[in-house]
Design a protein around this ligand. Structure first.
Ligand SMILES: *[C@@H]1O[C@H](CO)[C@@H](O)[C@H](O)[C@H]1NC(C)=O
Ligand SMILES: *[C@@H]1O[C@H](CO)[C@@H](O)[C@H](O)[C@H]1NC(C)=O
Ligand SMILES: *[C@@H]1O[C@H](CO)[C@@H](O)[C@H](O)[C@H]1NC(C)=O
Ligand SMILES: *[C@@H]1O[C@H](CO)[C@@H](O)[C@H](O)[C@H]1NC(C)=O
Ligand SMILES: *[C@@H]1O[C@H](CO)[C@@H](O)[C@H](O)[C@H]1NC(C)=O
Ligand SMILES: *[C@@H]1O[C@H](CO)[C@@H](O)[C@H](O)[C@H]1NC(C)=O
Ligand SMILES: *[C@@H]1O[C@H](CO)[C@@H](O)[C@H](O)[C@H]1NC(C)=O
Length: 455
């Protein structure tokens, strides 16, 4: 009795000391990791020391790609400085009917640039679709990042514009590292300045009360959004454009309409890590083998700190959540076919965000909800807004770009993983949407969106 009791005490003590030793080792390892691998994380004090001058940013870009970062000297410059209208200035700022004509021509001709310099699109090639508006400085950096990705030469880059601009066109057409095609959203605000989908002078002002609007008989008096506000044209364009380009790429564009491989969706202010194509391939293989219910890949998550040492191999399997998994999304035709069958859910949901609308589709219409495989260490970054460490007024676009460059540089030896480690995320709280974010109550928007649906 005694001996067995004392031996139990001894065992317990020994157990406690083991735990203690384990704890100490754990803490030491943790500190060591902090010192060695997290030093470039966003919360570290070093972040504020990052040199984000243009010269510093340029020094991180290979010299052969500098051409994408500088605007070409314009021959028409001397005419521009003089305010009077003459022929050269006239051609550099075309009027709306000229723009409409150019857009129609681009969309009809469907010229694939560099088609003869690279092999034709295979059925398993990656197609990268970039939705762009007018922020050229960001687009320049996205192009530079794409240029540095091994495998880019086998892809097709589709630029989907909703703003016609000659400088943008010549930048896109100067891309020489893969096949490129441009498509133009035909219902832009730029080409419809005084009529729907732009702002019609007869439309109800955003904040007008419905009773007043009914008396005034403004165009959309009957259809304020779920929060009682009337349509604001500039906030509706992105969702329309998103829906249009996806429909066009999957069902209309000659070069992609039969494509069965992955389509990756990017935006003008994204920035890709150099191994993003490698990751996509690896994730594509892995989800076909190990996650039969996955139907979306996501290359980006929004993080404040990064740990490529620990996470570069890790992918998380998770229900698709609009606010977390909307960056660098990739899926193929089979997923798109299911989404487009739910067009009414996308087009009539009172939310002007395409991603929240897609979540609505997933939760309320899809037979098989969207389920994502997500890279834990992002391969797509959002450079279009200032980081959390900046107040709006002292925020420079270069600071985020510079930070991303530093993050990727420090991560370099952890990129290109040979295999992936799957982790599973259980969604703690139900991310069920009650009502949308509004901005999409106008029946004309519903109709336009439905009208652009192909399939
Ligand atoms: C930032 O980097 C550039 C180029 O590398 C250099 O010329 C400049 O002096 C640096 N500025 C600071 C504040 O370190
Ligand atoms: C500028 O115009 C001249 C003649 O008008 C032409 O020879 C030259 O190549 C042009 N330069 C550029 C950069 O377009
Ligand atoms: C623009 O050019 C016209 C002649 O073509 C001249 O009369 C005018 O002063 C110039 N304006 C400016 C701002 O240089
Ligand atoms: C636009 O240019 C065309 C010629 O290309 C011209 O006929 C038309 O009147 C112009 N429209 C406006 C609004 O300036
Ligand atoms: C892709 O093409 C290859 C060879 O051309 C063919 O064997 C394969 O079945 C095709 N895959 C699909 C999904 O069409
Ligand atoms: C796509 O498929 C359609 C019908 O199957 C066919 O008529 C068309 O030629 C194909 N297009 C391409 C580019 O392969
Ligand atoms: C398309 O994606 C689904 C998952 O959504 C996958 O099961 C299927 O194999 C993929 N098709 C092709 C041709 O890769």
């Amino acid at each position: 009795m005694m001996s067995s009791g004392s031996s139990q005490i001894w065992r317990r003590r020994s157990g406690i000391s083991w735990i203690r030793a384990g704890l100490i080792i754990f803490i030491l390892v943790f500190i060591w990791l902090q010192l060695n691998f997290l030093s470039f994380s966003g919360s570290s004090p070093q972040y504020s020391d990052i040199n984000d001058s243009n010269a510093a940013i340029l020094s991180m870009v290979p010299a052969v790609l500098h051409k994408f970062l500088s605007s070409k000297p314009k021959n028409a410059t001397h005419t521009r400085t003089n305010g009077s209208y003459n022929n050269l200035l006239y051609t550099s700022t075309p009027n709306i009917s000229d723009i409409k004509r150019s857009i129609a021509q681009y969309n009809l001709q469907q010229v694939v640039h560099n088609e003869n310099n690279f092999e034709p699109l295979q059925n398993d090639s990656i197609v990268i679709v970039v939705q762009i508006h007018d922020r050229i400085p960001y687009l320049r950096h996205l192009i530079v990042s794409l240029a540095q990705a091994p495998g880019i030469s086998q892809t097709l880059l589709v630029f989907s514009h909703d703003y016609y601009d000659e400088e943008m066109n010549s930048l896109v057409q100067s891309i020489d590292f893969c096949k490129v095609i441009q498509i133009f959203y035909p219902y832009s605000i730029q080409t419809h300045p005084n009529e729907f989908p732009g702002e019609d002078p007869g439309d109800c002002p955003r904040d007008m009360k419905k009773e007043q609007a009914l008396i005034k008989k403004c165009n959309n008096a009957l259809y304020p959004d779920v929060y009682g506000h009337y349509r604001e044209a500039k906030f509706t364009q992105t969702k329309h454009h998103w829906w249009w380009k996806a429909n066009r790429v999957f069902n209309q564009l000659e070069v992609t309409r039969n494509h069965t491989g992955l389509i990756v969706l990017l935006e003008e202010d994204h920035y890709v890590g150099e191994d993003f194509i490698h990751m996509l391939r690896l994730m594509e293989r892995t989800y076909k083998e190990s996650c039969r219910h996955c139907n979306v890949l996501s290359l980006g998550t929004y993080l404040k700190t990064y740990n490529y040492y620990a996470d570069s191999k890790k992918v998380e399997i998770s229900p698709w959540v609009s606010s977390k998994h909307n960056m660098g999304m990739a899926f193929n035709r089979s997923t798109w076919t299911q989404i487009v069958d739910c067009a009414a859910y996308f087009c009539k949901y009172d939310d002007y965000n395409w991603d929240w609308s897609l979540q609505h589709v997933s939760q309320n219409c899809l037979r098989q909800k969207l389920h994502a495989m997500v890279a834990r260490a992002p391969r797509v970054f959002h450079i279009g807004e200032c980081g959390v460490h900046h107040k709006k007024n002292n925020c420079k676009s270069t600071s985020v770009i510079s930070k991303v460059q530093q993050v990727l540089k420090s991560a370099k030896r952890h990129l290109y993983p040979d295999y992936l480690i799957l982790t599973y995320s259980t969604v703690l709280k139900k991310t069920k949407l009650r009502k949308g974010n509004g901005g999409w109550g106008d029946r004309r928007d519903h109709k336009l969106c439905i009208g652009m649906t192909l399939g």
